[in-house]
Design a protein around this ligand. Structure first.
Ligand SMILES: [Zn+2]
Length: 361
């Protein structure tokens, strides 16, 4: 099993130059390899493979000495990246899905490179990268497992590294507890044992901040310096919010996996809430998908179980007697003729748990 961690890097001016040099060399190589694939196909109806292209790297280094300043596995990974893009394209064609042919990468359109096996080491507060140097890293959380892949990224003028780590599933102590979870707008998650979890307020606040920035961009002249400045601020704000949202989803999913052995969610892919456009925006904001995704992989590595169920009528059905009690979105309390009264979301969460237990048994 793999887990990915992202950390901020603080390269010096000189290291930044080397990172940009590497990105640019990778980009040019990527475009060149793409061009050769296209030419081979147009000329001889031949599909160049990953291995055929990889074999050309030593000759390229002889012809272009600059390539020697890039770690060789980083270059190999460019060949692989193109190959993956190609395969994904053909897969889409086969599945009759939409999606364009692999494209040339324009300047500033190539933002990451990867050390697939070696060339990197963590040494205290620094990440040692072959051909680049020892870069200061801020590790805001510990990592588990062995780093297998190390990617360097440049985003909005900041630098990051992504570690893909192989972790052995370490089982968490069993608690014997099962839970159903209703995902909502007012509360991100409501559990069948009557706990409420809300998305942090600052996420809401930043939403209005984003709207203000968008309006401000709209008013400024295209191509102007001031507009570019605001566009940059907007990108950073989006990034900040995305990071906070991720952080919250990580915390909550950790909590759930620690507390329960069996966790039931509604299946968002069949949930009618996603189809309802009015609250679709809030769904994105609340990060339901992220919560379910994180909980699923954490449960998997902890030896616990997540089950997704069809949410059909889970909010209408009485979790006590099974009767359908029709209610609008505004009605917050479930009141049944059987005498059962419960918060609407808790009632739904209990139904979700019951459905999952049926599926699992
Ligand atoms: Zn009832």
């Amino acid at each position: 099993m793999f887990r990915t961690y992202q950390f901020r890097l603080y390269p010096t001016k000189k290291q930044q130059e080397k990172i940009h040099f590497t990105l640019e060399r990778c980009r040019l190589l990527y475009n060149r390899l793409l061009q050769e694939r296209i030419c081979a196909y147009q000329g001889e109806q031949k599909n160049l493979t990953y291995y055929e292209q990889k074999k050309t790297l030593p000759d390229r280094k002889k012809a272009i000495p600059e390539l020697k300043q890039v770690y060789s596995q980083v270059l190999q990974q460019v060949v692989e990246k193109l190959d993956k893009t190609y395969r994904a394209f053909f897969q889409r064609v086969q599945n009759k899905q939409k999606g364009g042919f692999p494209r040339y990468k324009g300047e500033n359109r190539y933002r990451s490179f990867t050390y697939p096996q070696s060339g990197y080491t963590l040494e205290g507060k620094c990440l040692q990268l072959s051909k680049i140097g020892s870069i200061r890293i801020r590790m805001h959380r510990g990592i588990k497992g062995v780093i297998k892949i190390c990617t360097i990224m440049q985003k909005n003028g900041k630098y990051y590294t992504c570690f893909s780590c192989q972790v052995k599933p370490a089982s968490q102590p069993k608690t014997g507890k099962q839970v159903g979870i209703d995902l909502g707008v007012k509360h991100l998650a409501v559990t069948s044992d009557e706990q409420f979890f809300s998305a942090p307020k600052h996420l809401r606040k930043s939403e209005s901040h984003i709207k203000r920035l968008q309006r401000s961009i709209f008013k400024k002249k295209k191509g102007s310096k001031r507009r570019k400045k605001v566009v940059k601020v907007l990108a950073r704000t989006h990034e900040k919010i995305a990071n906070r949202r991720k952080d919250y989803a990580h915390k909550l999913s950790c909590l759930l996996v620690q507390a329960y052995d069996f966790i039931a969610f509604e299946d968002l892919s069949i949930s009618n809430m996603v189809k309802n456009h009015q609250i679709a925006k809030n769904i994105v904001d609340a990060g339901w998908g992220q919560l379910v995704q994180y909980t699923t992989y954490k449960a998997e590595s902890a030896g616990k179980r997540v089950v997704l169920v069809d949410p059909y009528q889970t909010s209408q059905r009485c979790s006590c007697c099974g009767e359908i009690v029709k209610k609008t979105l505004a009605e917050r309390v479930h009141r049944c003729i059987c005498g059962y009264e419960q918060d609407r979301d808790i009632n739904a969460a209990i139904n979700i748990l019951h459905l999952a237990q049926q599926v699992a048994s």
